[in-house]
Ligand binder design. Structure first.
Ligand SMILES: NC(=O)c1ccc[n+]([C@@H]2O[C@H](COP(=O)([O-])OP(=O)(O)OC[C@H]3O[C@@H](n4cnc5c(N)ncnc54)[C@H](O)[C@@H]3O)[C@@H](O)[C@H]2O)c1
Length: 330
């Protein structure tokens, strides 16, 4: 029985690695092949999730019985090519769910994002934000094309579960921090890269893109925890709620994060630092609170293992190793 992990990016590879370590058979599928060092021996087939026939062929050939669907275009890539983003994120997710229906697969875990809730930040109370928060469907509609595609993916998953019995579970993931060739495909990845690179170079950080900063607080989550959450969701016995916040349940200001990076690079400064009045990733409102992560604890037995400080220490250490090895682009 093989678990297909779509997307061999930051999260996909970590999920596949954790599954292999638990003795499971996995197959990664991506439109492009990551560098061999990043793939580290994990099996991968080239496959575009927008190619329905190709996806079905891959599932049949490999005896796939469950799927962790992480393949997607993230905010910076969608900004450059919105239509491709809609095609990959919406049709790709629909293909995965439809394949699960046709081939009567087991669990399908869909990676969503806490950005689906960002538009409601102006009206949510200052208390942990549950998955079933209230949304004004016009004035608080999803605030980016990325968030639109993620809302669509969530609704498709719930509809396939309700109408067609597909065993879909959605993980609504906070801002992910990790390392790898693709870490900078995401807004949080670009933000932490900017700080750590400047720290290593002994130069002040310069944020050309103001959307990488945030006013108020934001919730970050370690990529290793996100992978563990996918594994927990693949194995969970009775995930009744079907949609789960994946985070630490703690939010941090930019200054707090900067202080944590300064424990490694004490002289690190930021050029012309101006924090926006709004929230992360260019969203207009500041986050009122972190996510309520109790449903994931209760139904998935998942609890984040790493604090933001742990994550920053891990990332700084990895970058240090890469520097020592003289890895290009490290
Ligand atoms: N990184 C974050 O901050 C973050 C936050 C919340 C949610 N998520 C979600 O988690 C999932 C994984 O994110 P990630 O950080 O690993 O991103 P990533 O960019 O590292 O990986 C995504 C992978 O999908 C692949 N891909 C793109 N189009 C494809 C297609 N048509 N067919 C097959 N593969 C395709 C890319 O080549 C890439 O390897 C995504 O669904 C993302 O929306 C990420």
């Amino acid at each position: 029985m093989t678990t297909l992990v779509t997307g061999a990016g930051l999260l996909g590879r970590l999920i596949a690695r954790q599954l292999v370590e638990q003795g499971e058979r996995v197959l990664l599928a991506d439109v492009r092949r990551p560098p061999p060092r990043e793939l580290d021996g994990l099996p991968l087939e080239l496959c575009d999730v927008t190619d329905w026939e190709g996806l079905c062929g891959l599932i049949k050939r490999n005896g796939v019985r469950s799927i962790a669907h992480t393949a997607a275009m993230l905010t910076p890539a969608i900004h450059r090519d919105p239509l491709a983003g809609v095609r990959v994120n919406v049709m790709g997710t629909a293909h995965v769910l439809e394949a699960a229906r046709r081939f009567e697969l087991g669990r399908v875990v869909i990676a969503s994002s806490t950005t689906v809730m960002y538009s409601a930040f102006s009206s949510l109370p200052f208390e942990p934000i549950g998955e079933d928060f209230t949304y004004r469907i016009v004035s608080e509609r999803p605030g980016s094309i990325y968030a639109v595609t993620k809302v669509a993916g969530e609704h498709l998953a719930l509809a396939y579960a309700q109408l067609h019995g597909v065993d879909a579970v959605v993980l609504r993931i906070g801002a992910v921090l990790g390392v790898g060739a693709e870490a900078a495909s995401s807004v949080p990845g670009q933000m932490i890269e900017c700080l750590l690179q400047a720290g290593r170079a002994g130069k002040p950080a310069r944020f050309e893109n103001p959307n990488l900063l945030w006013g108020g607080q934001e919730e970050f989550v370690d990529a290793r925890d996100c992978a563990a959450a996918h594994v927990a969701a693949l194995h969970a016995k009775a995930p009744m709620q079907r949609i789960y916040n994946i985070g630490t349940g703690r939010a941090h200001t930019f200054e707090e994060l900067l202080e944590m990076v300064r424990r490694h690079y004490p002289k690190l400064g930021v050029v012309d630092l101006q924090l926006p009045a709004g929230g992360f990733s260019g969203f207009p409102h500041q986050r009122p609170a972190a996510s309520d992560v109790s449903a994931a604890r209760r139904e998935l037995q998942f609890r984040a293992a790493y604090s933001l400080q742990d994550t920053i220490e891990h990332l700084a250490a990895i970058q240090g190793h890469r520097d020592q090895e003289g890895e290009p682009g490290a």
